[in-house]
Design a protein around this ligand. Structure first.
Ligand SMILES: NC(=O)CC[C@H](N)C(=O)O
Length: 305
C-alpha cells in the first residue's frame, strides 16, 4: 500500500504548480506550495502514508466538522435545522450574498463560514472559554492527540484580517440567527481554524467517522452513530464548497477541505484519509490533494457511489 501511495504522490506532485496558496490570511502565505502528502488509517488501525506527511498546517475549515459534531451532541438536529440549513451552495465559502437572498436568513450549511460561526453558538458552555475548551478537548480526543496546539501567528493573522467573517456574524446577529457576542464567537472560530495538524491527525478523525463513531485503536465510542451519518452526508454534499459536485463524481467520498491545504476524506467501513497540499484551486480546495484522492479512489475502487 505504501508503494501505491508513493506512486500516486509522484504522479500528481506537478499539480501543486497549478494552484495558489491562500494569501487573504497573510500568515497562510508562508506555507510551502510544493508540499504534498497522504495518510491512510484503516479499521484495524494500520497506517499507510507517502509524501510530506510531517508538514504541519492549520486545520482551517476542516474544524467545521468538529464544531458541527459538538453542536449535534449538545443540541438535537431539528433544533439546529431551525438555525442552519444543510443545503449545498455554488457560492464561495465566505459568501455573504446567500444569507440575504435565500428567504430564511439561515446560513446554507455548517461547512461554510457563516454556517460554522452559527454552529459555534449551538455548542454548550457557561462561558465562551468553556465553549472553546469543550470543542478543543473533543478535537484532542478524536485525533487521539493530546498535544494539539493553536498556531498563535495564524490565529492573530486571522483575527486581525477577518472582517469578512465579522460581517457575516454581525449580519446573522441582525437577523436573529445568532444572539451571542460576535467578537467572542469569532474568537472561538479563529482559534479553531488555527489548530496545527498533520495529515495523520485528520486521517484519524476520518477513520472514526468511517467506523461510525468508534475509535478503532481504543474501541471507544466517541461520536454517536446518528451524528456520524448526518456529518458524512453534509460532507458529501457541502464539504468541498463549490467543488462538492465534481468531487463527488471524480472521488466519491465524504470529505472536508480547508484553505490551509488539508483534505479529510472518509471511506465508510474502510479508511480515514488525510491529505495535505497547500496550493489551492479556484474553489479553495487543495488542487493536488484532489488529484491524489482521484487516483487513489480509482485505483482502490473507493467511490461510495
Ligand atoms: N475555507 C476555509 O478553510 C476558510 C477558513 C478561514 N479561517 C476563513 O475563515 O476564511
Amino acid at each position: 500500500m505504501n508503494q501505491v501511495l508513493q506512486e500516486i504522490i509522484e504522479n500528481n506532485r506537478s499539480w501543486t504548480e497549478k494552484g495558489t496558496i491562500a494569501t487573504y490570511i497573510p500568515e497562510l502565505a508562508k506555507a510551502n506550495p510544493h508540499a504534498l502528502g497522504v495518510y491512510l488509517v484503516d479499521m484495524q488501525n494500520n497506517e499507510y502514508f507517502a509524501g510530506d506527511v510531517h508538514t504541519v498546517f492549520s486545520i482551517q475549515s476542516i474544524s467545521k466538522i468538529i464544531t458541527f459534531i459538538c453542536a449535534l451532541t449538545d443540541t438535537d438536529f431539528n433544533t439546529i435545522s431551525k438555525v442552519i440549513s444543510v443545503e449545498p451552495t455554488a457560492d464561495e465559502f465566505n459568501s455573504i450574498a446567500n444569507l440575504e437572498i435565500k428567504n430564511t436568513n439561515k446560513p446554507l450549511n455548517p461547512m461554510i463560514n457563516s454556517g460554522a460561526i452559527a454552529t459555534i453558538t449551538l455548542v454548550k458552555g457557561k462561558t465562551y472559554e468553556e465553549k472553546f475548551q469543550r470543542i478543543f478537548h473533543f478535537f484532542k480526543l478524536v485525533t487521539d492527540n493530546p498535544n494539539l496546539t493553536i498556531n498563535e501567528a495564524i490565529y492573530q493573522s486571522e483575527s486581525s484580517t477577518g472582517d469578512r467573517n465579522r460581517s457575516l456574524a454581525y449580519y446573522m446577529k441582525s437577523t436573529g440567527i445568532i444572539h451571542d457576542e460576535v467578537e467572542e464567537i469569532l474568537n472561538i472560530y479563529f482559534k479553531l481554524c488555527s489548530i496545527n495538524v498533520t495529515c495523520k491527525d485528520i486521517a484519524r478523525i476520518g477513520v472514526v467517522l468511517a467506523n461510525n463513531g468508534i475509535q478503532p485503536y481504543s474501541n471507544q465510542r466517541v461520536i454517536r452513530k446518528d451524528i456520524c451519518q448526518i456529518v458524512k452526508a453534509v460532507m458529501s454534499t457541502c464539504g468541498m464548497y463549490s467543488g462538492s459536485g465534481s468531487f463527488a463524481t471524480t472521488v466519491g467520498m465524504p470529505a472536508k477541505s480547508g484553505v490551509g491545504g488539508g483534505i479529510l476524506a472518509v471511506v465508510p467501513h474502510k479508511f480515514g484519509i488525510g491529505v495535505v497540499g497547500p496550493a489551492l484551486d479556484a474553489s479553495g480546495n487543495s488542487i493536488a490533494g484532489i488529484k491524489v484522492l482521484t487516483e487513489l479512489s480509482s485505483r482502490l475502487d473507493l467511490s461510495i457511489y
